[in-house]
Design a protein around this ligand. Sequence first.
Ligand SMILES: [Zn+2]
Length: 500
Amino acid sequence: MLNRICRLRMLVPLVLMGLVLLAGCAQEPVKTEAVKESPKTAKYVFLFIGDGMGLPQRAATAAYTGKQLAIDAMPAQGITTTFANDRFITGSAASATALASGIKTNINYIGVDPEFKPVKTIAEMAKEQGKKVGIVSSVSIDHATPAAFYAHVKTRKMYHEIDHALASSGFDFFGGGGLKDPTGRKSKAPMGDALNKARENGYSIVTDKGAFMALKPGDGKVLSWNKWLQDGQAMPYVMDMTPDDITLPEFTAKAIEMLDNDEGFFLMVEGGKIDWACHANDATASILNTLAFDDSVKQALAFYDAHPDETLIVVTGDHECGGLTLGFAGTKYASHFQVLGGQKVSFQKFTDEILKAFKEEGGSFEDMKPIITAQFGLKFDGDPKADQMVLAEFQAGELKAAFERSMNGETVKGGDYLLYGEYDPLSVTLTHLLNQKAGLGWTSYKHTGVPVSTSAVGVGAESFNGSYDNKDVATKIMAIMGLEPKPQYVTATGTRVASN
Ligand SMILES: [Zn+2]
């Protein structure tokens, strides 16, 4: 058809016009190719969400390792706005609901619109298509981000109700962190033990690493978590893990192995502890968790290499956290990312284990100094100009003041919030000083409103180029799954397309 139009146009006797049209005709076969390819749908769909992972978290990780992240090397790159329906700076519940369902909702709402009407998630749509579905997170599996793919509740704090939604989701694989309230200790209307209900619904509950690694397709539905849950039923920070722990890439690889089938699958993987590290302004913990997140994406990329014409991988963040930036007034233009390598434990492990034991025994700031040097690499003697790790006198003073507050167990009040947030004063001052030496700055202990990066590879990935909102991530995925790219409400009798 286009060729015929070209031939007709060539008959126009005006030489000048003919030249213009020739140029036009020469481009047209490219367009027809693109039209032919567009109806292709993805059988295997991955959505990776770095919680609290904005551009600075990605850039700091690449700068620290000196290598390009796999997610930054993906062919499609976009900029994504994250605001909630009722607040400019979003939270994980509202953002994950947008990413999962294509609808903007209010802060703390899970899988419902601003009027509390349940919205169907892309995971539920995939299940209806006959695909297998997996949900993986490094924080508790009923936390806001994973919950927004299988639960529909008024607030993210309804953990018991979320746990029951998980048990009756019919999804095939859950992995990572544990459940916060399976028995309903904090619920106004307990519904019985959600773990029992999961067992009744055919889930094997697996927490031992050996048993987990031995799982094989055909073993049925799996609900698995790492045996050591460090804080809030979450997996430990990567830097605190031992070989006994199941890593996020291992959970991802096992999910792929268990979900792979001829009907296809949908897998959501959340790097949840990136956010928690950034709330506490711990750059090293954030970077090492971002690296594990990138390694998890590499598991999906290996699957994509084997199924390039049937796979879509999308990677995004739900929001930035901490107001991290690559630059700090104290170092002017200098960056010293390598100093972060001096940190051996996360702020969490330092607070919960090392500082706790020190407090029980008692001791002076002089006694604490060698512990600080061993765990964070910061030194108290020497020339700060000659050795990056040596603290200036005023910095040692900041640490001593924080140490005294920690030892006295003083609660942080008023303007001191800017110094310590809601964290242990000594732990947060240690990461602040180390991060500042690296040339990194933090402006908040909360989320920020800066847009995040979205990356994609595979079927339909080109639609993730450019600038768009987080709710569009869901509708773009729906389109590539062969569905109408519109939010859908969950109804008692079925579903209907939302009117907006
Ligand atoms: Zn957060």
